[in-house]
Ligand binder design. Structure first.
Ligand code: NAD
Length: 338
């Protein structure tokens, strides 16, 4: 269900381009030959995970309307990945900061409308889903309708749900074409792997590699290891994001893997890649999020005739290799194929 394609001269803004997903999206368009590209992020340029030569890369604080105007000026398409976020360790202890990202999407929508942007994509999250539907490790995969009645993750999830509705009303009232993707845990190279904002796949890779390098025999696991999740590789995330932007689908839609694993199974996979077996010290007091969460992909299969399908073990191999390179100071060759 694709109504059109991008033209090579289209002007594309990636907000949050210094981050994990935004960095990949910008690099992807550049590889495809697009040259009217702009990236914006609050981080200084030398802190961006990926820097793409020849791209108009700007340091802007997108909580401010004037910076959003500078970012969206003359742009045709906006991909908004800018957000103050992290893994469970961050979002459970920074609820106000997470809520303040509402300024980013609000001002970006206002500026995009003023600039006459053709389409605007907002990156929402599976954290919008009702917590009551995620209390069992043998979870029933979440359908888009499971966001209501609303009981999302406190702080971060409420901000995402509110911003989803902002997109909906800008579309209904101001005829701004908006698209909303609900990501389920995205992982891969060129993301956060330490410092407190990292998510489980990168964190587990880092812990296993550190244990190997330091000759340790045990790692800490947050929770009892039985909580379940699905993890989507970055290549699939790119395909989903671009597919939804090009589609006619205007409602929030899951973009996630449906390969459900427990955290223990995730650790098993990383250990098999590292060819090591470690003891596990379960920290039951650590942030652990909901008990179980998976993505129901019925809708994305209907809309795109596609769903994320990279096997977790395959994506983890790439991620492990990248984290290891970062931790040992080597040079990582980008092997992306999208
Ligand atoms: P990320 O933290 O790597 O990237 C977000 C970027 O936004 C960062 O580089 C950050 O500096 C930038 N940013 C923060 N505040 C800003 C501001 N005021 N002005 C300009 N830039 C600002 O995160 P990511 O993993 O790339 O996630 C991208 C989007 O996808 C976010 O909206 C996130 O909530 C959503 N998401 C991600 C995941 C995931 O697993 N990675 C899951 C669900 C939803």
């Amino acid at each position: 269900m694709r109504s059109f394609q991008f033209g090579q001269d289209d002007a594309i803004l990636v907000a949050g381009a210094g981050g994990f997903i935004g960095g990949h999206v910008l690099a992807h368009f550049h590889r495809l030959g697009f040259r009217n590209l702009r990236g914006a992020d609050i981080k200084p340029l030398d802190h961006w995970f990926q820097r793409t030569d020849g791209v108009d890369s700007r340091v802007l604080d997108l909580r401010k309307i004037e910076d959003c105007r500078a970012a969206t000026k003359d742009m045709d398409y906006v991909f908004n990945f800018a957000c103050d976020m992290g893994g469970m360790g961050f979002i459970e202890s920074h609820k106000a900061e997470c809520m303040l990202s509402v300024l980013i999407n609000t001002h970006m929508l206002m500026a995009a409308r003023e600039a006459g942007v053709k389409r605007y994509l907002y990156s929402s999250s599976a954290c919008v889903y009702n917590a009551d539907k995620q209390v069992d490790a043998e979870v029933t995969a979440l359908k888009e309708t499971d966001a209501y009645p609303a009981m999302p993750e406190d702080g971060y999830g409420w901000e995402k749900l509110f911003s989803e509705r902002m997109c909906r009303h800008f579309s209904e009232d101001f005829k701004l074409e908006t698209r909303v993707v609900r990501f389920h845990n995205v992982y891969g190279p060129w993301g956060t792997y330490d410092g407190g904002r990292e998510k489980a796949p990168a964190a587990i890779c880092r812990k296993v590699i550190a244990a190997k390098l330091q000759g340790k025999h045990e790692i800490e696991i947050w929770g009892d290891g039985l909580q379940t999740r699905s993890f989507m590789y970055i290549d699939d995330c790119l395909k989903g994001v671009i597919g939804i932007m090009l589609s006619d689908w205007r409602e929030p839609i899951n973009v996630g893997s449906s390969e459900l694993v427990s955290i223990n199974q995730l650790v098993d996979m990383v250990e098999s890649i590292a060819q090591i077996k470690l003891g596990r010290r379960y920290n039951l007091a650590a942030p652990k999020g909901v008990r179980g969460r998976n993505s129901d992909n019925t809708l994305i299969r209907q809309v795109l005739n596609w769903e994320p399908s990279t096997r977790l073990i395959d994506g983890l191999r790439e991620t492990y290799a990248w984290v290891e390179t970062m931790m040992t100071g080597g040079d990582f060759k980008n092997r992306f194929t999208v």
